[in-house]
Design a protein around this ligand. Structure first.
Ligand SMILES: Cc1cc2nc3c(=O)[nH]c(=O)nc-3n(C[C@H](O)[C@H](O)[C@H](O)COP(=O)(O)O)c2cc1C
Length: 358
């Protein structure tokens, strides 16, 4: 970067503000194209570029889009009618790599990408001497219909564009101070010495605790299944029942995924904030262990079936609570839920087929 540019850039940034009053003077196509070029150069997750900018300057269509930004009871966005151009920013499905990244990080990458590109657009508009205002408040369904936007894409922002009709070129703006909005090396207010050093250990310890608690439940349940192999072989089973050896590896994998899910929730929410979710997780673990005793040790097929239904309910509640803290942790429980549904059907069928034994 060339020296001396920073000050000019900061001047431009200070100049840009949301303009809510426009002259009727038209905007040249070349100016709009330079703003689009600035948006085109924006960074995006995995260079996915998940955006389409729809420039609306046809008066009839523009009036319809403007109406979709200012309808309803709130006296919002009436200035959109004055702007000679409206630009609708449409979020497109991201590349697979960006989608995987977004899911793992629990971050809406396409929204972030669109916002960055939109700001590039607005800064270039300021450079052109044009005013803009980003609008997040509009009837998205209406805009979708007016511009024939397909279902997979989503209009996320509308930018008004035109010559400012305001009296003042620069406006006083309210902003947090640098001290309020930034910090160096540590989160504001964090104790000295907090952070990096113990983080790795704490995370490892958390994972260990989650694995141990989950293994404990598996061991308690496992104690009931000491003779399960022979017993399972004795039972009349439906043709779709898997062979006995399948259960060990499947449960090992499911318990590991469960433990990792609980650990992720703990890591994200902290023990205090995620206490409710982790308590429900612990209760479902206990219900999981109890099922093995009901079915294999005490041979109460009917009760075992009812209890597995209760377990499914508890797992659904765990998933709901985990999702609020960390969606990817909830996903980790989906194979467990699917397996439980299968196990419930199998348990019911085996109970029905073995009236004397269960
Ligand atoms: C995502 C987003 C949505 C916004 N939605 C609206 C809106 O619907 N109507 C409006 O008048 N301004 C809207 N704004 C503009 C903000 O109110 C404005 O950026 C903020 O008050 C700071 O003022 P400034 O842009 O003049 O610096 C929006 C801004 C952003 C970034």
């Amino acid at each position: 970067m060339k020296e001396g540019r920073t000050e000019r850039f900061l001047d431009l940034v200070a100049l840009r503000h949301s303009v809510r009053c426009y002259e009727a003077r038209p905007v040249e196509r070349a100016q709009v194209e330079r703003c689009l070029e600035a948006a085109r150069q924006a960074p995006s997750a995995c260079n996915s570029q998940p955006w389409t900018f729809i420039v609306v300057d046809d008066p009839v269509r523009k009036e319809k889009v403007a109406a979709a930004t200012s309808g309803g009871v709130l006296p919002l966005n009436h200035f959109t009618r004055q702007a000679p151009v409206l630009v609708v920013v449409v979020a497109e499905p991201a590349r697979t790599s960006a989608r995987v990244g977004a899911a793992l990080q629990d971050l809406p990458f396409p929204m972030m990408d669109c916002a960055i590109a939109a700001e590039h657009f607005c800064l270039q508009a300021a450079e052109e001497g044009l005013g803009t205002c980003m609008l997040g408040w509009f009837d998205a369904q209406r805009v979708r219909e007016i511009l024939a936007i397909p279902a997979a894409a989503r209009p996320v922002l509308i930018i008004t564009l035109g010559y400012s009709g305001e009296q003042q070129a620069v406006r006083e703006r309210s902003r947090k101070s640098l001290a309020e909005m930034s910090a160096w090396n540590l989160y504001p207010g964090a104790a000295e010495g907090a952070g990096t050093d113990r983080r790795g250990w704490r995370a490892a310890l958390g994972l260990l605790v989650c694995l141990l608690v989950t293994c404990l439940a598996a061991a308690v349940g496992g104690a009931a299944t000491a003779r399960a192999g022979a017993f399972y072989a004795e039972l009349a089973r439906p043709p779709w029942a898997p062979p006995g050896w399948v259960f060990g590896p499947v449960w090992s994998l499911l318990y590991t995924m469960m433990a990792v899910a609980a650990w992720r929730v703990w890591k994200t929410g902290g023990l205090r904030a995620a206490r409710g979710a982790l308590m429900v997780y612990a209760v479902q673990l206990a219900a999981n262990a109890l099922w093995s005793w009901l079915f294999f040790a005490w041979r109460l097929g009917g009760l075992a079936f009812l209890e597995i239904l209760l377990l499914v309910g508890l797992v659904l509640e765990t998933i709901r609570r985990f999702r609020r803290v960390r969606p990817s942790a909830a996903w980790l429980l989906l194979p467990y839920l699917a397996w439980l549904a299968f196990a419930a059907a199998l348990a019911l069928e085996i109970w029905r087929m073995n009236p004397g034994l269960l």
